[in-house]
Ligand binder design. Structure first.
Ligand code: PLP
Length: 374
């Protein structure tokens, strides 16, 4: 069976974990945590980064930092992972679900404009498959309405909007290093803080509500309980693993992009004859090859396709079940968001991981043709 994902090891993971252990400090905020954070500061010029144990954690930190409270509204795309909404539900906010655009699963500026009210405190956007949202328009809306922008960058490492890295637009941005993402640490994440007014509070929330980070830097002579917070730091074992991955980001990205375009070239004919619809990438967006997906005509065809591929030993998957239709949310609100529902019904993802061989990609592509009998 060809799996849909296989976490890739660059080869230095064990070595760096051993170094972390030998250093005698394996809790968080140590040598490798700093190396990873510096990597992001340098490569993407993010002003402040804090590693977290997951993207989910980074989103929860964002919700605390944004001071989201009971009665506040937060606009979130329906076509996303639960964590994007859950972070704000935990603060008692009301989630206002947004539809996807027609061409691409991303939220649109137009949709955001439709949903804004006086109660809108924050907007969370997801750059689906690493393809940027309409950042000029969205940033403008947030500025004009004094709304906090949060980027869920779980898909969007090393991806750009008109040359500017994703993760540098929001007041806060959350990255994921879950094993299904381009760069992985098993479980892991990072919060980027782009507004210096939040730097200090972010460190406090990160360290269980204490000013321990300031204390370790020597800014204060004891550390105390200052604010709310939780345990958001990953251990040095995770950071050591992550650093081994980050060092090889170019190699990993080049390989994923090559795989993506091999699929694209192989399947383009099916797109041209109207059997499937290949991913749409806006002119302003880069492609970080996080996901290779295409769109089927309807749910029945998509489900048949997944079964067919399974029978040939190829694991393909779909996502997301739209959050506005989830058992949790639909108890409270009944909504129809046609584009999100369309992508949920019709989108399918092909295997995409570093070790996928050219022969496997061609075999998978050939099997797609077999299904469509073209
Ligand atoms: C994977 C993912 C998350 C959650 O990431 P974790 O690191 O597993 O917490 C959040 N949002 C989106 C869009 C994701 O794809």
């Amino acid at each position: 069976m060809i799996p849909y994902n296989k976490p890739f090891l660059t080869g230095n993971e064990f070595k760096y974990i051993e170094i972390a252990i030998k250093k005698g400090k394996i809790s968080g905020n140590g040598y490798f945590t700093h190396l990873c954070q510096e990597f992001f500061l340098k490569r993407y010029e993010f002003p402040k980064c804090l590693l977290t144990t997951s993207c989910t954690d980074a989103l929860e930190m964002s919700a605390i930092l944004a001071d989201v409270k009971v009665g506040d509204e937060v606009i979130v795309p329906s076509f996303t992972f639960t964590s994007s909404a859950n972070a704000f539900i935990l603060r008692g906010a009301k989630i206002v679900f947004a539809d996807s655009g027609e061409l691409h699963p991303n939220i649109t500026a137009k949709e955001i404009g439709r949903l804004i009210t006086k109660q809108t405190k924050a907007i969370l956007i997801v750059h689906y498959a690493g393809v940027a949202c309409e950042m000029d328009e969205i940033v403008k809306i947030c500025k004009e309405n004094e709304i906090i922008l949060i980027e869920d960058c779980a898909h969007s490492i090393d991806s750009y909007y008109n040359g500017k890295p994703l993760g540098s637009f929001g007041t806060f941005s959350a990255f994921s290093f879950h094993e299904t993402k381009n760069i992985n640490a098993g479980e892991g994440g990072m919060l980027v803080i782009n507004d210096e007014r939040f730097f200090q509070r972010a460190e406090i929330i990160w360290e269980k509500g204490t000013n321990r980070v300031s204390f370790l830097r020597g800014d204060v002579n004891k550390y105390e309980w200052i604010d709310v917070g939780s345990s958001f730091l990953p251990s040095e074992l995770t950071s050591a693993f992550l650093f081994a991955q980050l060092e090889k980001i170019e190699v990993i990205q080049n390989k994923r992009i090559q795989i993506y375009y091999q699929y694209y070239d192989n399947l383009e004919h099916l797109h041209n004859v109207g059997s499937i619809c290949l991913p749409y990438i806006f002119d302003y967006a880069s492609n970080n090859a996080h996901i290779f997906y295409f769109i089927c005509k309807n749910k029945m065809e998509r489900d048949d396709f997944i079964n067919f591929m399974n029978s040939k030993g190829i694991k393909t998957i779909f996502h997301y079940l739209p959050l506005h239709k989830s058992p949790f949310y639909s108890k409270f609100v009944s909504l129809t968001l046609p584009n999100a529902e369309f992508f949920s019904d019709c989108l399918v993802r092909l295997p995409l991981f570093y070790e996928l061989t050219n022969e496997q990609i061609d075999f998978i592509s050939k099997t797609v043709f077999e299904f469509y009998k073209v």
